[in-house]
Design a protein around this ligand. Structure first.
Ligand code: SF4
Length: 274
């Protein structure tokens, strides 16, 4: 099996590969339909995902300047209204004025394509670029956990590589880039990750090593994860003989509907490419 030439590596598919190579193969190469529910209770889980989706839309509308009163009407229950009020009251400040919302960047790195969709990029010309990502999971992950996530490594690296697109062709130094995670579960305690050249070099190498591991698996096989607790929240558990019943939604780390899972085709993207 080969990786399709149009395939783009993203935080989601690489995170899947890191957690379970077989899941990567089933989801992205074999495009296996999901045979099982992800977590219990189903209705509550779906409501939570739906709230997260609406919340991201509300923030997007706010960031492009729509009136707060108009956006607030979309908060259809107390939980969503609470998230919205927390967002309005504890927005990471000060954010530079020049904003890019739901912005897609893609680059070629070591002959592989990488892609990311950013919730918010805020640019202060020739000074700094800040990435903000809104997290609507039920709880805030530990900082060490976040620091190891593919998103924390891919997003600033990709932004650094593409930074010339934001300011008349001037490239930014890694030290001018910062990533902020903001959490509905802990709105007063966002996590800030300052970037550096050393980290960027490590991330560039790490990302290449990962995709080379994927290539290697295509020529051999994609092993099942050895950490079987991951299987209880995996939709493929029946295919892998890793149990029947779904795990609890409380155990999920990142419960957002992510549109990178929607098979973004490379030739359909009209955004910044390097
Ligand atoms: S059920 Fe477990 S082994 Fe199978 S794809 Fe999912 S995480 Fe991997």
């Amino acid at each position: 099996m080969r990786i399709p030439p149009e395939f783009a590596f993203s935080q989601n598919n690489l995170q899947d590969f890191v957690e379970c190579p077989r899941r990567f193969e089933l989801r992205y190469l074999l495009r296996q339909p999901w045979p099982a529910i992800q977590s219990q209770p189903v209705l509550e889980h779906e409501q939570h995902l739906r709230r997260g989706e609406i919340f991201h839309q509300m923030v997007q509308q706010h960031q492009i300047g729509l009136p707060v009163e108009q956006i607030s009407a979309q908060a259809y229950d107390q939980t969503l209204l609470g998230w919205w009020e927390d967002y309005l009251g504890s927005l990471p400040q000060p954010l530079p004025e020049k904003r890019y919302i739901e912005h897609i960047l893609q680059m070629t790195h070591g002959n592989y394509r990488f892609l990311a969709k950013f919730d918010l990029i805020a640019v202060q010309s020739a000074e700094k670029i800040i990435i903000v990502d809104w997290k609507t999971g039920r709880r805030k992950p530990a900082r060490t956990f976040l620091s190891r996530r593919i998103q924390t490594r891919l997003y600033p690296f990709l932004l650094w590589k593409c930074s010339a697109a934001f300011d008349r062709g001037i490239s930014y130094e890694p030290e001018q880039i910062e990533m902020i995670y903001w959490f509905t579960a802990d709105p007063l305690a966002p996590e800030h990750f300052k970037y550096s050249r050393k980290q960027a070099e490590q991330d560039g190498e790490y990302l290449l090593e990962l995709v080379q591991q994927v290539e290697h698996c295509t020529q051999t096989y994609f092993p099942l994860t050895s950490q079987e607790q991951r299987c209880s929240l995996c939709v493929y558990r029946s295919l892998c003989n890793r149990g029947i019943s779904a795990g609890s939604a409380e155990d999920e780390i990142d419960e957002e509907i992510d549109d990178e899972r929607l098979d973004i085709a490379f030739d359909q993207i009209g955004e910044t490419e390097f």
